[in-house]
Each structure stands twice: as C-alpha cells, then as structure tokens.
Ligand binder design. Structure first.
Ligand code: ARG
Length: 451
C-alpha cells in the first residue's frame, strides 16, 4: 500500500481503510481538476507572501496544469490507497517536484481544499445548467409562437373550466424555465465566496493573503469565519440540489400534462413515432416512455436531495467524515437533471398540437364564464350575469362561435405581449451569465500561467 501523507508509521486496518475510502477516489476524479485550479491559486498566494520561491511556484503551476488537463480528459486516476484527489495531487507534486511539492500544503487542510474544489465544481455545473435552461426557454418560446391561436381547454380539478390556448400552456413552461434561470443566477452569486485559507476549520497560524486567492479564483468575497466556512460544506450543495429539484418539478409537471393530453381520450397532443416505444404483445401500441421516465426522474432527484439533507442533519459544527458522502447525491443529481433537461428540450419542439380535436371541446360549458363577462359588459351586475349565464348554458344559448373568436383574438394579443417581455428579460440576463461564464473559463485556463 502506498504511504498516505498523514501516515506516521501506525498500521491501519485494511478493511477499515477500504471502508473509509469507499468510492471517494472514484468520485474525486471529477473534483481533481478543480483541486488543481485551487492549488494553483494557493501556490501563487504562497509565492506572494514569501513561502514559495518564484521558481518553485512556476514548477508547481506547470505540473498542476498537466494534472488539470489529465483530469478533464478522464485520465487522472486516484489509487484507493491515497484516499482522495487532494492526497493524490500532493503526492504527484512531491514525487515530480520534490521540495516545492512538499511546500504546497502550507496553510491549508484537506477540509478547506475539498470545500474550494466543490465550490468551483458547483460554479461550473450551475453555468452548464443555466445554458441548458436558456436553450429550453428559446425552444419553448419558438413553439409558443407557432401555436398562438391553437385552442386548448383549461381544466381545474381535472374538470373543464375555461378556454385557453396551447401557446399559453407552453409559455407557462417557458416562464418557469426563465424563473429558474433567475434563481440559478442568484444561487451562483450566493455560493461564489471563497472558503480556502481556513485550514481544518479554525484558521492557520500564518498570515495568508486570502483576498488575493479569492481574486485569482474570481470569487466575489472571502468567507471570513472559519467555523462557518465548515458549516457551508453541504449547505451550498443542498441549495444547488433544491434548485435542481425545482427544475425537475417543471419537467415532471410538463410531462404529466403531455401524458394526459396525448391519451386517445384527450388527444390534444401527438408525440412523433420516433419518440415512442412499442409493446412486445400489443401490436397497436406506441408508448410515451420518454415522458414517463422524465416524470419518474423528478422523484429520483427529490430522493437524492433528501439523502443529502439527511447526511447533513444533526452534525455539530466543524468537519466530520460523514460529509464525504455528500458528494455522491450531488454528482448523481446534477447528471440526472442534465440528461432530463437535454431530452426534454429535444422532444418538445417535435410535439404536435391537434387544433381540431381541441376545438371539439370548445362547447357552451367551457364558455359559461366568458358569457357571464359578456353580459357584464352589456351592463348586468356580475352576480346576476353569473346566474343568467348558467341559465343560458342550460338552454343551450351560449354563443360559442362568437365567444371562441373573441377569446382566440384576445389571447393571441396577450401571448404576444408575454413573448415580448420574456425576450427582454432573456437578453438582459444572458449578458450577466455570459460575464460569469467568461470569468470562470479564464480562471480555469489562466490560473496556471506565469504570474
Ligand atoms: N475526502 C474527504 C472528504 O470528502 C476530504 C477531507 C478529508 N479530511 C479529513 N480530515 N479526513 O470529506
């Protein structure tokens, strides 16, 4: 077994070692690139405060760059003997660079190392999800534009309520997606603070320039309290998972609507054949499995969020090894939601809305409320108009054709205004996101360059 960094010669039970490492060395392959980036910032800061000579710093930066590239290519493997990416990287630096490698850990602990690596990972994942959501918003708004006067019955309690349009329904998903972009951006700001430099969780007896590290890594602030820093292990991940849960809820609700509307009984939506699957026994079947799996993934995501919340519950302040398990739900959840949003964005534009079938539902009962308001416009007090409209419905006297025409024209105008507002918000927020994306990309690229 390779000697661990903290090994001072006491034997460790092999089974206990295997158990405590678990799958951490596998999960950490994803974190290694961010550990390399943060280690480069740490090395540059150590050089600035005189702990590392410039030559030592340069050699560290170029080796760390190689590690980052290997990690991005999936080629940085971590032996279970070494526990995690932090140890594996320090070991590699020490083996290849000698003295400089032995100095890199000055003023830090794996506890703040893993925190900063996770923070950078979250920033990158969030930016990735924001890009997917921005694509989703544009796919949905394009689809809504094509369905501006496509009728759709509106239901409450799953009973016919009032007329609506396919565009209004689609724009409800678009607005939710855009609200998620807004929430994601505030989340991005709220977790963009630097935990590195608090060591194990109580500060270090060395004058570190933590603000310099924050600047190098493009963090908006330095987290001051070392104990609170440790309390944010898992907390930021949980905020991210709550946001991912909301994304899943949007997809779940949309999938449910589409599953219902695409049944033979409703028939308002058709799913193209290439997105359906067959039955091994019933020759006629075309099943909407893709929507069903999208519906189910929301439950899986909630379960992962709950798993993380459970791991964090009832821990006293400071670092505890329990926290290592927080990585698994984080990684699985972000991957799951990425796949779901991607497939939903691919499927949605291919759905077709069946105008004729929906129009069949545009009968008197769907327009009872519209009729009451038409009577109000003619001077009747609302409560009288309400009863009058009920009476007319009973007698089959609701002017359906006239009301349908007025409704579709009115709703088209409303949707066009909504589309315009969505577009205005989309362009202004896209600029802010692009700014953070550029800053993050240049940190990951330029941090290894000569200071
Ligand atoms: N792999 C560990 C984790 O994810 C890193 C920190 C280990 N720190 C320690 N004191 N054992 O939590």
């Amino acid at each position: 077994m390779t000697k661990r960094l903290w090994d001072k010669g006491n034997a460790l039970d092999t089974e206990v070692h295997r158990f405590t490492v678990g799958l951490d060395h596998v999960f950490d392959q994803r974190l290694a690139v961010f550990d390399a980036v943060a280690s480069a910032a740490h090395a540059r800061m150590l050089n600035r405060i005189g702990v590392l000579e410039s030559k030592e710093c340069s050699s560290l930066l170029s080796e760390l760059q190689k590690i980052a590239e290997e990690s991005r290519a999936g080629e940085f493997s971590i032996s279970p003997d070494l526990e995690d990416c932090h140890t594996a990287i320090e070991m590699r630096l020490t083996e290849t660079l000698g003295e400089a490698g032995k100095k890199i850990h000055t003023g830090r602990s794996r506890n703040d190392q893993v925190l900063v690596a996770l923070r950078l990972f979250l920033r990158e994942e969030l930016l990735g999800h924001l890009e997917l959501l921005e694509d989703l918003v544009s796919v949905l708004t394009e689809k809504a534009k094509q369905e501006l006067v496509t009728p759709l019955p509106g239901y409450t309690h799953m009973q016919r309520a009032m007329p609506t349009t396919a565009a209004t329904q689609i724009l409800s998903y678009a607005e939710w997606s855009q609200a998620l972009v807004h929430d994601g951006l505030s989340l991005l700001h709220s977790l963009n603070w630097n935990p590195l430099g608090v060591g194990s969780g109580f500060g270090v007896p060395l004058e570190l320039d933590r603000d310099y590290t924050s600047k190098l890594l493009s963090f908006e602030q330095t987290q001051p309290n070392p104990i609170f820093v440790q309390s944010t292990r898992g907390r930021e991940e949980l905020k991210f998972l709550n946001w991912l849960t909301d994304i899943s809820s949007l997809i779940e609700k949309s999938a449910l609507d589409l599953l219902l509307f695409s049944t033979q009984e409703f028939g308002f939506v058709s799913i193209p054949v290439e997105f359906t699957t067959g039955s091994s026994i019933m020759p006629q079947k075309r099943n909407p499995d893709v929507l069903e799996l999208l519906r189910a993934q929301a439950s899986r995501v909630r379960a992962m969020r709950d798993e993380l919340q459970g791991i964090l519950a009832k821990l006293p302040s400071s670092y505890h090894r329990d926290l290592q398990y927080a990585k698994e739900p984080l990684f699985r959840c972000t991957d799951e939601v990425r796949r779901a949003v991607t497939i939903f964005t691919a499927v949605f534009p291919k759905l077709s809305f069946n105008r004729e079938r929906a129009l069949e539902m545009f009968e008197g009962e769907l327009f009872a409320t519209d009729e009451a308001f038409r009577l109000v416009a003619l001077g009747e007090p609302f409560r009288d108009a309400y009863l009058h409209a009920a009476e007319k419905l009973k007698n089959g006297e609701i002017p359906v054709a006239e009301l349908t025409e007025a409704f579709l024209a009115r709703e088209k105008v409303r949707c066009e205004k909504e589309l315009l507002e969505l577009e205005l918000r989309r362009t202004s927020i896209a600029k802010v996101i692009a700014g953070v994306r550029d800053a993050h990309a240049s940190v990951c690229r330029d941090i290894f360059k000569e200071p």
